[in-house]
Structure formats: C-alpha cells, structure tokens
Design a protein around this ligand. Structure first.
Ligand SMILES: O=C(O)CCC(=O)C(=O)O
Length: 265
C-alpha cells in the first residue's frame, strides 16, 4: 500500500475550511474492492454477521418500497473494511490532518437509494460523544452529484457549535444564513471533514444509488471509544422506535420516513 503525504495546500485548506477533497488517496485496486465490500455488507440481514457484534441495518420508506438507508458496525463484520481502517493511507491522512495518530470512532455506509432522503443541516459533533473533536473521511462509492444528493458543506465554521434545533440539527434560521457548497466526488475520491463542519444533503432525484462509506476517527491519545459509541447509540435508538422519521442516529438529521413494515426479521 502506498504512503500518503499531505501537501501544504491541502493542510492549509483543511485548517481554514474544515474540509478537504482528496482525489488520489486510494489505489485503483482498493477502489474496485470497495464496491464489492459494500455489496457484501448490504446483503447481510438485519442482526446478521457476527453473533456477538451484529451488523446494524437501517431502512427507510420510499414510495411503496422499504429500502436500505444505512449500514453500521462494519468492522467486526468485514475483513477488508477492518484492514482499511487499521493501517494504510487513510490512517496516514487522518493523522496528517489531526496532527497526531488517530483511531477509528465509528463507520457507516449511507446508500441514498433512488428517491432516498437527504439530511438536515447539522454538525456531527452533536451526535459524537466522549470527545469534542472527530474527523470523518467520506469515500464515494458512486459519483456524488447535485442530482443524487451529494454532501453540501459550509466553509470555515468548524471552530464553533452553532445554535441547535433541540434535536441535534442546526437551528433553521441559522442554517439559512450559511453558504452551502456542493461536494462533487468521483467514485473512490475522498472528502475529509471536521465534526463541527456544517453539512447537509438533499434527496436522490436520480434512478441510481448514491452510496458512500463514512469513516470517523478521533485522536488516539483520547482513547479507543468505538465500543462505547455503539453501546450508547444502540441504547438511545431504542428510545426512538416509534418516530415517524427513520432514526439512523442519536440526532434527528435524517429526513427519511420510517418503514411501514417490520424489517428487523
Ligand atoms: O449521506 C449523506 O448525504 C449525508 C450524510 C450525513 O450527513 C450523515 O450521515 O451525518
């Protein structure tokens, strides 16, 4: 695997803007494998995978169909993903951006199937407990465009927590004052963003999925918090089982409708 060194321009962009778009971090061979791994993980039944650490599948209602919205807890359930987050170019980049060694905090695939919903303006920091600084690497599996609901970010606001709507999202009046920029990604490209970088996305108005893998890291010196994060999240999601929205997080940012039928069995 190649070693990655960030340029001065990339580091300056990261510190000034709270995000940086990197086009060549991943080798072509890994890019091709990623699509296969995402197919393998999406095919697991809810609660499937390792008995002691099952896969978490989240669904949404789109028209008369129930479709997959998100998969989590990938690492215990996939050797390839485990290798990707344990060493290699992504960890090098994460450490370069953080200025210190990093460790995985959480990981997920968002599918955004045709008609799949978007996300309210939010800062991930409101959902990520235990430490106040995380960085996320979004890897495009499919091209991300304005039509299929690419991420939109607001530059330079990663130094502050913005006013909240009471459910972990940015208060709409504040969100309306921000400038939003679409992040157009080709498959295999990565976008790193800070956990206080405001972001949002719209629904997928095309007839193909817009899949992306999100890997979130924290400083290794602050500890390996991944198990604590998932234990807390699973407990909190249970409290929202009757929400009309499909609840994929401890905050109410996902606009998808809750499935109209039981998909857990
Ligand atoms: O996948 C998207 O469009 C947005 C994802 C996002 O903001 C999140 O999962 O917190």
């Amino acid at each position: 695997m190649k070693t990655v060194t960030l340029t001065t321009n990339e580091l300056e962009a990261w510190h000034a803007d709270g995000f940086v778009h990197l086009r060549n971090t991943l080798d072509r061979s890994i890019r091709q494998e990623l699509e296969v791994w995402v197919d393998e993980l999406s095919a697991l039944s809810p609660g499937g995978g390792r008995a002691d650490s099952p896969i978490l599948q989240h669904f949404e209602q789109v028209g008369d169909q129930v479709v997959l919205a998100r998969t989590e807890n990938l690492v215990p359930n996939h050797e390839g993903i485990r290798a990707l987050v344990t060493s290699g170019p992504l960890l090098d980049c994460g450490a370069g951006l953080a200025g210190e060694e990093v460790v995985l905090y959480k990981e997920k695939i968002n599918y955004k199937m045709p008609g799949g919903a978007g996300f309210e303006p939010h800062q991930d920091a409101t959902a990520y407990k235990f430490v106040d600084r995380h960085l996320t690497c979004m890897i495009a599996i499919d091209e991300a465009t304005e039509d299929n609901g690419c991420l939109q970010v607001s530059r330079g606001h990663h130094g502050e927590l913005l006013p909240d709507n009471g459910d972990g999202c940015i208060d709409p009046a504040t969100a309306a004052t921000l400038e939003w920029e679409p992040m157009l990604l080709e498959p295999g490209e990565v976008l790193w963003f800070h956990s206080r970088t405001p972001h949002r996305s719209s629904e997928n108005r095309t007839d193909r999925p817009r899949r992306a893998l999100f890997l979130t890291f924290n400083a290794k010196a602050q500890g390996d918090l991944r198990t604590a994060y998932y234990d807390d999240k699973i407990a909190q999601l249970a409290a929202h089982a009757d929400s009309p929205r499909s609840r994929v997080s401890t905050i109410g940012h996902f606009k998808g409708r809750a499935p109209e039928m039981d998909v857990t069995t």
